[in-house]
Ligand binder design. Structure first.
Ligand SMILES: NC(=O)c1ccc[n+]([C@@H]2O[C@H](COP(=O)([O-])OP(=O)(O)OC[C@H]3O[C@@H](n4cnc5c(N)ncnc54)[C@H](OP(=O)(O)O)[C@@H]3O)[C@@H](O)[C@H]2O)c1
Length: 339
């Protein structure tokens, strides 16, 4: 697999990463053996960037990854870990904590669960409105100095917060939703990252499966987080599935899968973008990773743009509760009020 560098100061990684969230949380039950086989298949195919969050299954995802990496050389893998989201025993949300003392605490548990003595990229999952971003980034920078972290990342923050963070320490990448139906970053966030030399790890490139070519009205019977996600409900879903059908026509003409075209589109948006594939089955990985070898011509890209113009999808990308925690969806940093 070809390589891409994450930002001016970040590590080189295979140009597709693997996001492991769905192997532990949010998308209904996952098959443990199949998840591990998917992780190994991705690594064998040249993936180096493995993304997780300490709150994915409240630690389950990190322990699963540790098992999947057993027997591999640590230096062949780039571990990206998000922290700060608080969970309760029932899996509910209990806010965010990215204060300096929380950074140290979360990191110490993550190192143990992953069975490693350093994390390649460590990032707060969301902006903690109670903790100035300078304090959070400064605390991670201390862990870089101490050798427990190699690079600092951000997640779902807006341009003002990115600038404040980058003034404290080098930022390798911003992890943020970016897909054919989630192009909000193109206005301000992506240009800001480019100006500052910060890479992008794009998540939900398949819009959580909606753009996979396998989603249908019937799939919404499954009791997972997508059942209430605005793009997956009612008329919104019906409309959004018509966009997928338009994409299917283009994919068919190229002899490719819908998923591969959607991932290839994300790859085509710039050498500073590394899409995270969210596969949790080997067949999904095979289908999506075909994007790595799928060249999209200028005509293909124009046809895709015509099929799914910017802003074509109906429904917000998160529920109202979750949207309220996205600094990336605000014009002004959430922290302008925090002294
Ligand atoms: N920073 C953040 O706020 C944030 C938020 C969300 C995710 N992330 C990270 O980004 C990663 C990717 O996000 P995502 O999992 O939502 O990505 P995605 O690739 O948009 O969706 C993945 C889901 O789509 C379905 N799918 C169907 N066909 C597929 C195919 N051919 N290839 C891959 N998936 C297919 C699978 O669900 P079924 O098996 O149910 O069909 C799979 O779990 C996550 O794992 C996580 O590491 C970060």
């Amino acid at each position: 697999m070809k390589l891409r560098r994450l930002g001016r100061t970040g590590p080189q990684v295979g140009r597709l990463g693997l996001g492991c969230m769905g192997m532990s949380d949010f998308y209904g039950p996952a098959d443990r053996d199949e998840s591990l086989a998917t992780l190994r298949a991705a690594l064998d195919a040249g993936v180096t960037l493995i993304d997780t969050g300490d709150f994915y299954g409240s630690g389950h995802n990190e322990m699963l990854i540790a098992e999947g990496l057993r027997g591999r050389r640590r230096e062949d893998v780039v571990l990206s870990v998000k922290f700060g989201a608080l969970r309760d025993p029932s899996g509910g949300w209990a806010g965010y904590d990215a204060r300096p003392q929380a950074v140290k605490n979360f990191l110490s548990y993550t190192l143990k669960r992953l069975g490693t003595d350093y994390i390649d990229i460590y990032r707060p999952a969301r902006l903690d409105p109670q903790a100035p971003i300078e304090d959070t980034v400064g605390a991670i920078a201390d862990q870089v100095k101490a050798g427990y972290v190699r690079h600092i990342g951000l997640s779902e923050v807006g341009a003002a917060t990115i600038r404040r963070a980058a003034a404290v320490a080098p930022i390798a990448d911003l992890q943020i939703e970016y897909s054919l139906i989630a192009r909000g970053i193109e206005a301000e966030i992506l240009p800001t990252c480019r100006e500052l030399g910060i890479g992008i790890t794009a998540y939900a490139v398949l819009a959580r499966g909606l753009l996979s070519g396998h989603w249908s009205q019937a799939r919404n019977d499954a009791p997972d987080s997508r059942q209430t996600a605005p793009r997956f409900v009612g008329d919104n879903l019906e409309h959004n599935l018509t966009l997928v059908e338009a994409l299917r026509g283009i994919a068919k003409a190229k002899g490719a899968s819908v998923a591969a075209v959607a991932v290839a589109w994300a790859l085509s948006r710039g050498d500073d973008i590394v899409p995270l594939v969210g596969a949790r089955k080997r067949a999904q990985w095979a289908e999506s990773s075909a994007a790595s070898e799928l060249a999209l011509s200028a005509e293909d890209l124009a046809a895709i743009e015509a099929a799914i113009p910017k802003g074509a999808a109906k429904g917000e990308r998160y529920t109202a509760y979750a949207m309220a925690h996205l600094d990336s969806e605000r014009n002004v940093s959430l922290q302008t009020d925090v002294n």
